[in-house]
Design a protein around this ligand. Sequence first.
Ligand code: ZN
Length: 215
Amino acid sequence: MWGGRTGALLRVWGLWPAGVRGRRPLGCNAASLAGNNSPQCWNCGGPGVPKRGDGFFCPQCRALQPPDLTRDYFSLMDCNRAFAVDTAKLQNRYQQLQRLVHPDFFSQRSQTEKDFSEKHATLVNDAYKTLLAPLSRGLYLLKLHGVEIAEGTDYAMDQQFLMEIMEINEKLAEAQSEAAMKEIESIVRAKQKELSDNVSKAFEQGLAEPSVATW
Ligand SMILES: [Zn+2]
């Protein structure tokens, strides 16, 4: 992952999500998961649930089915596969999924369903956190398009950007009033929007090309 100094700077800008470092790889081991490739319900052997959509439960016996690990986070969270996401919608979806699969609702159910609910809940949490923070969302999007960013990769920071951050840090240190803090906050927000828009544009242009590895 990126260097600590860069991480600290990005954290200032709210671009560095918590919990990204050490996040386990996104590789799917769906094939090794018993029952995941089978459309049948593990409990009653019924036709099971369609791959797409929100059929987490068997329509016949209502048993919770195992998570589909081949489904990407954008699909799970019902978001367009793009850098720009509607975070309010993402949050609603997160709450909706929590209400369906949270382990608290399975305390009286079979051990198998308890285990599945744990897996669903972990997956939903990971998906939500990954898509909520711009940096992890961008990296995940790149990964879906086959672009891997190696651990420990560091990037030379734009000098002008560094200067801007230093200026803001100075202003923050000197800020004496709430009004001054609010002013700094609005500067940071504007800059953040500008940067996000740039990344969004780069994704739209880059992903239309055969390779996005060059930007
Ligand atoms: Zn069933």
